[in-house]
Write a protein that binds this ligand. Structure first.
Ligand code: HEM
Length: 147
């Protein structure tokens, strides 16, 4: 069960990554073209946040069952002194939480913007920051589930 969950969490990164990069690029392109904001742009913004939220939720479950985090909970002081453990206990989840918050802020600010250009501008800025944080926070040293 646990290896399967970690594998799902690992594989889902690619779907999340592809969608985040392509939606951000589309928002930037449509900002540059001064395009009209349509229902399909709203759907793209929704897809961006929904996929990221899904991965975040899977991450929360992984956090509860992962051998790394469960091991850390037994002796937090030692875990915090070990960078490879602290990474999964603190740093990786924190960066992903910030990425999710930026994605939601972008979605809300784009919705509230009064002009179409401002909608694309806000979506581009926040989604780019969210994607950058997500890229930074992914453990690239683990290309596939190691368990
Ligand atoms: C939302 C975007 C997230 C992405 C893209 C992401 C991506 C990843 C990736 C690629 C791995 C390595 C999996 C492997 O190949 O072994 C991983 C591991 C892990 N993630 Fe995430 N993660 C995200 C969010 C979270 C969150 C929010 C948490 C916790 C609250 C979390 C907890 C963990 C833990 C504990 C591991 C290590 C599991 C183990 O090997 O025992 N992740 N994550």
């Amino acid at each position: 069960m646990t290896p399967t969950l970690i594998l799902i969490h690992s594989l889902l990164r690619w779907a999340v990554l592809i969608v985040m990069v392509s939606v951000t690029a589309t928002m930037a392109f449509r900002y540059a073209k001064a395009a009209v904001w349509t229902a399909s742009d709203r759907r793209s913004a929704l897809l961006f946040t929904i996929l990221l939220d899904t991965q975040f939720l899977v991450g929360l479950v992984v956090y509860g069952v992962s051998p790394i985090t469960r091991g850390a909970m037994k002796d937090m002081a030692t875990a915090m002194r070990e960078p490879s453990v602290r990474y999964f206990v603190v740093e990786h989840p924190t960066m992903m939480l910030l990425s999710v918050l930026l994605a939601h802020a972008g979605s809300v600010f784009a919705k509230k913007a009064l002009t179409d250009r401002a909608k694309f501008g806000r979506a581009t800025a926040f989604f780019a920051a969210s994607t950058a944080l997500m890229l930074w926070g992914i453990p690239w040293f683990r290309l596939m589930a190691a368990h």
